[in-house]
Design a protein around this ligand. Structure first.
Ligand code: PXG
Length: 447
């Protein structure tokens, strides 16, 4: 790395950073050059050295209504005084029932049964288990195979990791992943689709690969297909026009469940409450987390079609699904989610990404002449700028830009040499300009 261009460490370390094993982090690099924030309000984090940092990724794709929302913190504070915790196994409290009803009302058609978890990873594993148990419940017990997709991310549990398709996440665990899993090809095709505005034109035929997997494994052995409508973690990989519709047709034809992982796309990121609605394709099961509580309290929700739920209610009158978490439907999480929903709906935030999409895409695509840019992808209020890898190594250039941006006052995500942007939905045009100005400046400085 060119030392001259390396930003100085934003925090003179007065504290012990040794004992915390940080997740998905280069611990030694981070601790040598830490980036710490200590408060947040609206669109801005404040770093421990007192700088304002524009949040270009809604935290980790979760603070869709921006930071420091009093409605949420006050609801949580009230709730912890009222009822801190109550079991959800064989008893309950009112809040998850209320939240389920509110979520069913904004869900894609028919997805009106809610199972609560504490994270996106748990939502993915829950969805896969429900799919397997459902197939047994309807007398299709040979349907045990699960199909994911290359570059997919469904969290870090063994289930989600197994159907996931990011090689780096899998390789240390490869022999111990679930058996009976296969993967569709990913849809990233820069040669044909670079600099697309919205959904790319080419690649619908990649959905037909599912027919090949059906021919290979037998439809009677396949339980479910799980995909993100748009892959976030892999660097914003969009579905080609017609692709999701084609997946829906093929899964329906063969009695295979379709699961959409909307942990990132849910709660307004693409416009509408869910990508399923924006893109007009209804899955059988939909997973969510992150924006559900605006990131304020960990929580996930799995939306299940009425027909699937009904199948479980046919058997003996006992526990229908042997699955759940101590904190499923936790009172604080429910209170946060209800308050977040009030904000999303009260401020029209599920429409916001559609209103800003043209401006956002124009602004992003306007960056194509920056050095080393090989692709720009944009839809809703999500975008990615992919840079050519530095000959010295894949990911180095992306990481330098990420670091420089943080130094210059903007936080975004890097995955390899792709920089992803997903600002809070409360952003306005002037702040979009500011975010992209900082980004462009950083690319010019270090890329
Ligand atoms: N599914 C999807 C589609 C996700 O994006 C998960 C499941 C797992 O969620 P939990 O709550 O278990 O982390 C995710 C998480 C990134 C990034 O850099 C993305 C995620 C998490 C952390 C970083 O893009 N997505």
């Amino acid at each position: 790395m060119n030392r001259e261009n390396t930003p100085p460490s934003p925090v003179a370390s007065a504290r012990n950073l040794d004992d915390y094993w940080m997740p998905f982090t280069a611990n030694r690099q981070f601790k040598a050059r830490p980036r710490l924030v200590e408060s947040a309000e609206g669109l801005y984090y404040r770093s421990v050295d007192g700088r304002q940092i524009l949040d270009g990724c809604s935290g980790l794709w979760c603070c869709n209504a921006g930071h420091g929302r009093r409605e949420i913190s006050e609801a949580v504070a009230r709730q912890i005084r009222e009822l801190d915790y109550a079991p959800s196994f064989q008893m309950g409290h009112p809040l998850p029932f209320e939240l389920a009803e509110r979520l069913a009302a904004i869900a894609p058609p028919g997805l009106n049964k809610l199972f609560f978890t504490n994270s996106g990873s748990e939502s993915a594993d829950t969805a896969l288990k429900i799919a397997l148990a459902y197939q047994r419940a309807i007398g299709q017990g040979t349907r045990t195979r699960l199909i994911g997709r290359e570059l997919g991310y469904h969290g870090v549990g063994f289930g989600g990791l197994s159907v996931g398709g990011m090689g780096g996440n899998r390789k240390a665990f490869s022999a111990n992943l679930l058996p009976g899993v296969d993967h569709l090809p990913h849809t990233l095709d820069i040669a044909r689709n670079a600099f697309s505005r919205g959904l790319p034109e080419f690649g619908v035929e990649k959905a037909d690969e599912l027919e090949r997997l059906v021919a290979l494994h037998g439809a009677e052995n396949i339980a479910a297909v799980i995909v993100e409508p748009m892959s976030g973690s892999a660097g914003v990989v969009l579905p080609p026009l017609g692709y999701l519709q084609r997946l829906r047709e093929i899964t329906r034809k063969h009695g295979i469940l379709l699961i959409f992982d909307e942990v990132i796309t849910g709660f307004g990121r693409i416009g509408e409450a869910f990508a399923a609605q924006r893109w007009g394709v209804t899955p059988d099961i939909l997973t969510s987390a992150k924006g559900l509580t605006n990131g304020a309290v960990p929580m996930g929700a799995v939306f299940v079609h009425q027909d699937i739920f009904d199948a479980f209610m046919q058997g003996p009158d006992g526990i229908e699904l042997f699955h759940g978490y101590t904190y499923s439907g936790h009172p604080l999480a429910c209170a946060a989610a209800l308050a977040a929903l009030d904000i999303y709906q009260g401020e029209g935030l599920f429409q916001r990404a559609i209103e800003l999409e043209d401006y956002w895409c124009d602004a992003l695509l306007g960056l194509r002449d920056l050095p080393h840019v090989v692709d720009i992808r944009c839809v809703g209020l999500v975008g990615a700028v992919q840079l050519a890898a530095d000959p010295a190594g894949a990911g180095l250039r992306g990481y330098r830009v990420f670091e420089q941006c943080f130094h210059d006052g903007a936080m975004l995500r890097c995955t390899g040499d792709t920089l992803a942007l997903a600002p809070p939905l409360i952003i306005d045009k002037a702040e979009i300009d500011r975010l992209l100005e900082i980004f462009a400046g950083a690319v010019r400085k270090v890329a």
